[in-house]
Design a protein around this ligand. Structure first.
Ligand code: SAM
Length: 246
């Protein structure tokens, strides 16, 4: 029967393509991709030629029936995005939903994903996190969305473009307060950099230095109260709460 495989591809360093991913791309009948030029470059690197079907946010409704028809015909299909893990701020979830509903086998070949790599390099709590994707480009809308998550006891992960980095850091500072944070840039590439510090320092740094180059993930620590308390702190807090109840 047909099979849909969600295949992760590198986020910069071609060495991060897994052996399983390469084997699957070779064995697949067709590859659904976002930008055919980007995927062609990857296939060239692997010495492969495959039918490509362009599937992105703007043609998904129109293309999904064709993809489903191929799967139902018994084809093995790989879904890739331009970089990283498909479906993570990239197209695919409706195709997965449709394939699963039609009883088609869906599997994933895991690999690089920029938000997870940024989180684990940030030095911020990684036990609970909320991935926000891209926030709205306009400051008012961005502050509104941040206000909605300000109380969440988790690290926040978000994407931002280099030209908007300073504005975004200033909005984060204004809405969330001066939390610890990290700017992760050009991950897995030659100029990979992770800058860690309070939001105020990061904003000041990039205001001074000017917008950095390249692709960026921002990670912001949880609100101060969410920092795991040690046993003594817990005892004191419990004591105070009990005293109030008497
Ligand atoms: N599906 C992808 C993944 O799993 O990593 C994310 C796709 S999203 C459309 C693209 C955004 O991811 C970029 O704008 C940037 O914020 C982030 N990104 C992708 N590659 C990156 C890299 N090498 N370094 C830093 N951020 C990266």
């Amino acid at each position: 029967g047909g099979e849909l495989a969600l295949v992760a591809t590198p986020i910069g360093n071609l060495g991060d393509l897994t052996r399983r991913a390469a084997d699957y791309l070779q064995a697949a009948d067709c590859i659904a991709c976002e930008d055919s030029r980007v995927t062609l470059r990857l296939l060239q690197h692997l010495g492969l030629k495959k039918p490509l079907i362009v599937y992105h946010d703007h043609n998904a409704e129109e293309m999904r029936p064709q993809l489903m028809e191929r799967l139902q015909r018994g084809e093995k299909m790989a879904l890739v995005s331009d970089a990283g893990t498909p479906l993570i701020s990239d197209p695919g979830f409706k195709l997965v939903r449709a394939a699963a509903a039609a009883g088609i086998r869906v599997t994933a070949l895991p690999g690089p994903s920029a938000p997870i790599m940024a989180l684990i390099l940030s030095g911020l709590p990684s036990d609970r996190f909320l991935f926000l994707g891209f926030l709205p480009p306009r400051s008012t809308a961005r502050r509104g969305e941040l206000a909605e998550v300000a109380q969440v006891r988790a690290s926040l992960i978000l994407f931002e473009t280099a030209p908007r980095l300073v504005d975004a850091l200033e909005d984060l500072l204004a809405v969330l307060g001066d939390r610890p944070a990290a700017v992760a840039r050009e991950l897995t590439k030659m100029f990979e950099e992770v800058r860690r510090g309070p939001l105020s320092e990061l904003a000041a740094h990039y205001r001074e230095a000017g917008p950095p180059r390249g692709e960026i993930v921002l990670v912001v620590g949880p609100p101060a109260a969410a920092v795991p308390a040690d046993a003594a702190d817990l005892d004191a807090a419990l004591g105070a709460a009990l005293a109030k109840m008497r």
